[in-house]
Write a protein that binds this ligand. Sequence first.
Ligand SMILES: [Zn+2]
Length: 441
Amino acid sequence: MPHYNYVRVETSAPEGTVFPQPKFSPRGAVPGKPGDRSAFSFKINTRLDGKHGRTGVIHTPHGDIQTPCFIPVATQATMKAVTIPQMKDNGAQALLSNAFHLYERPGEAVMNAAGGLNEFMNWDKPTFTDSGGFQVMSLGAGFKKTLAMDIEGMKNDDVIADGKERLAFVDEDGVSFKSPLNGGMHRFSAEISMRVQHNIGADIMFAFDELTTLMNTRKYQEESVDRTFRWAQRCVAEHKRLTEERLGKPYQALFGVVQGANYEDLRRKAASQIGSLDFDGFGLGGAIEKNILGDIVSWICDELPENKPRHLLGIAAVDDIFAGAENGADTFDCVAPARTARNGAVFTKDGRWNIKRAALKFDFRPIEEDCDCYTCRNYTRAYVSHLLRSGEMTGATLATIHNERFFIRLLDDIRASIDGGYFFEFKESYLARFYAKGSKG
Ligand SMILES: [Zn+2]
């Protein structure tokens, strides 16, 4: 492990802290006892003919998730611009927060003292945290959007965005990184990620993995898959130890993450290695080229045990969601719907379009005629367009509510189509209409 002057991190509340009374009673949390693992399980309902796609139910200590399902991203223990009651009204079944951001601010000691993520943000339904690896390893590197990046003619193990300094350094034991908030040196490893995620206390968390980019060489991808497997073994061991140690808390499910970029043999190897460990479910992560997304999900699902849930990390293009659900992904998350909304674009069944256009000034229809979201039930395109063009914060709120509802509903409709036996017809007509005008997204 390299020698840096690491910033000291608070892992417990200072003496004299007055702790809040818990509001929720998660299943399987018994005073003086470790979390009851049977509070987490997965049941398959309907299987898609000839494919890995299925519908099911994930049972967690904070309730059930009907799958396939879209999980909105509450990065900093909040949705941007939208409140928790608004997300409930929007039909969100679960929220995903970011372990790295919560580690930086407000810190794991605050999250633990608050009684965990659910209590802190007053959300009584299931929660996820990612491991922090993606954010740590993205620091300063030019691969924030691994899916979208142009890889033609490029193979480089040391890709740094123009004008940026390298901020993260991977070694066998973990990653050292400079905090983007204050420049202090920090360390993440399998054990630290598990400690942080236990202190945050989400129902579902992810093992610490190494994120590679499509620009890394084949040799580096091979080494990385092996390293991620060693880190996964350490995560499982540390998770067991912490579960035994943290008494009176609900069981937290741990998902192993499958990497391997675009290589079929590496994806299969990674999936069978990660699938052999005692995980509660799996994350499908890393660099994926859009045109083979369905194939990659399918290769992975060939190798994974089928009775555990699978989460496709960070994907929300409409065609990618269909490809993911068809080939075996159960849950999906992405920041794109909210980010797109803040930039003034909305998703509808007729594609994605810019709501700030001057042409909409006198358009008094809802964003989408048959949308059941709060925004479409109460406001016009003209109004939302006016708010966004004026830089009013409520513009971002109303557009975000609509876009999140669009993806929640898309996955709800996909689930109904698998259960109803009409998935392939539904997919064909939905995609034809969505992309008819050359829409992106
Ligand atoms: Zn709407």
